[in-house]
Design a protein around this ligand. Structure first.
Ligand code: UD1
Ligand code: CA
Length: 456
């Protein structure tokens, strides 16, 4: 294999996005368009990745700090040929170059590998057949089917405009030729641009073999120019992920109503109901069931756990066979051991809950350590914040917290302790005892009448 350089063209302005954000930083699957292209480039193991940027300059670069990328500024966008000319000083003489477009996020690694394999002593172009080829460069073939030129739409004759085989913009060739051809480009054309596509005619003149590989996967070569394109490609991207999950054996109640904005890994016999959104890295163990309308971000859910509808999970780990939701909110830093039950309108933040514990209704438990087999009654609140500092609440194994209790941190509820309903606990509660702190007496007033509405 020859050395490989990859040049990604990303200097275009993206006027039709009507946005202050550079076009290539808009996201597909929560990842910038350009990041998808860079990921494809990396998968090809190149010696060099060169990105030609322009509009939005530094913002684009800043989005990729730490990446091993050569950034080249194309201050004025004078055409695709001019863009590649800017990369010329960085091209290695003994390498082949693959040209990719920064606004084509679904670019296919396998098709690129094919082109790269063809590129020794050959100019290899990726083409496709477009029902309406308007605007695209047409692949002009000779009588033997050999490629003789690419003619841009605006420069094409009526006869050439009938050609439906078009240029994707993705191509590969040896640098020794590319460097020579780039130096020979002119802008004598309808758009007064330096067309990269003119290298095809130059190759033919030099008797260099030119091949066009036709791809059937139009989405993998579709560029994004508008918000409508962005929305459409997002749907394609999501449906491809959904199909992959189905192939792996995941049950999707509706593959059109699942959203993966990151990486979702699933064990066997996982079931996902409609309208769930997965963000970041989410790992679901065997037999996990996620009901409708859940948002789950950066989480591990162990085998056999069921998440009921409308549950929101962020940066949380959940042990096996747990029951979460509906309407639960698990916030960052929370870890739940196996067999835990978290019910409706329960918010947990930075809480570590041990095996078999239950917090079933209307509670806030934050900055807390909860032991094994603890039962936290409805409406319990850990008061972890005094307005300036946060403190921890510790609830030891087998404790029982009565409903509507407030535990004012820092405080420890001992092993097996019981807190009476409606208590405000400000001091440590001893193990195995009943502790209560509420109004002393319960009064009843006989003959008391309910107020009645005053007539006006
Ligand atoms: C180009 C091809 C055309 C092909 C089409 C596929 C040329 C002359 N034409 O059309 O044959 O069918 O792509 O979409 O190559 N860019 C720069 N600097 C520039 C100009 C463009 O970086 O000065 C980048 C854009 O950001 C974009 C890519 O190159 O990523 C393609 O540019 P675009 O203007 O979309 O394509 P066309 O020139 O219309
Ligand atoms: Ca153009």
């Amino acid at each position: 294999m020859n050395k490989l350089n990859i040049v990604i063209l990303a200097a275009g302005k993206g006027t039709r996005m009507h946005s202050n954000l550079p076009k290539v930083l808009h996201v597909i699957g929560a990842k910038p368009i350009l990041a998808h292209v860079i990921d494809c480039a990396k998968a090809l193991n190149p010696n060099k990745i060169i990105v030609v940027y322009g509009f939005g300059g530094e913002t684009v670069k800043e989005a990729f700090v730490g990446e091993n990328i050569t950034w080249v500024n194309q201050a004025k966008q004078l055409g695709t040929g001019h863009a590649v000319q800017q990369a010329m000083p960085y091209l290695e003489d003994d390498a082949n170059t693959l040209i990719l477009l920064g606004d084509v996020p679904l670019v296919d690694v396998i098709a690129c590998q094919k082109l790269v394999a063809l590129a020794n002593n050959t100019l290899a172009i990726l083409s496709f057949n477009k029902a309406d080829p308007t605007g695209y460069g047409r692949i002009v073939r000779g009588v033997m089917g050999n490629v003789t030129a690419i003619v841009e739409h605006k420069d094409a004759t009526e006869a050439q405009r009938d050609i439906v085989e078009v240029n994707t913009g993705i191509m590969a060739m040896p640098n020794q030729y590319l460097i020579k051809w780039l130096s020979a480009l002119t802008n004598n054309n309808a758009q007064s641009e330096y067309y990269l596509t003119d290298i095809v005619a130059l190759a033919v003149k030099d008797n260099v073999n030119v091949v066009a590989e036709v791809t059937a996967d139009e989405w993998s070569v579709t560029g994004i120019n508008s918000k409508a394109d962005l929305a459409q490609i997002e749907r394609v991207h999501q449906s491809r992920i959904a199909q992959k999950l189905l192939q792996q054996g995941v049950t999707l109640k509706d593959p059109a109503r699942i959203e993966i904005r990151g990486d979702l890994a699933c064990g066997r016999d996982v079931e996902l109901d409609v309208n769930c959104v997965f963000e970041g890295v989410v790992i679901l163990g065997d037999n996990v069931k996620i009901a409708a309308n859940c948002v789950i971000k950066n989480a591990v859910v162990a085998a056999g756990t069921h998440i009921a509808p409308f549950t929101h999970i962020d940066d949380t780990q959940i042990g096996e066979n747990s029951r979460i939701g509906p309407f639960a909110r698990l916030r960052p830093g929370t870890t739940l051991a196996a067999d835990t039950h978290i019910g409706n309108f329960v918010e947990l933040k930075n809480a570590q809950v041990d095996v078999g514990s239950k917090i079933n209704h209307l509670s806030y438990v934050g900055d807390s350590t909860v032991g094994k087999n603890v039962n936290i009654g409805a409406g319990t609140i850990t008061c972890n914040y005094d307005g300036a500092n946060k403190f921890r609440t510790v609830i030891e194994d087998n404790a029982f917290i009565g409903s509507d209790s407030q535990l004012v941190a820092p405080v420890t509820i001992g092993r097996g302790a019981t807190i009476a309903a409606g208590s405000t606990i400000t001091k440590d509660a001893p193990a195995d005892q009943l502790t209560f702190c509420r109004a002393k007496e319960q009064k009843s007033i006989s003959g008391w009448k309910r107020p009645v509405k005053i007539k006006k």
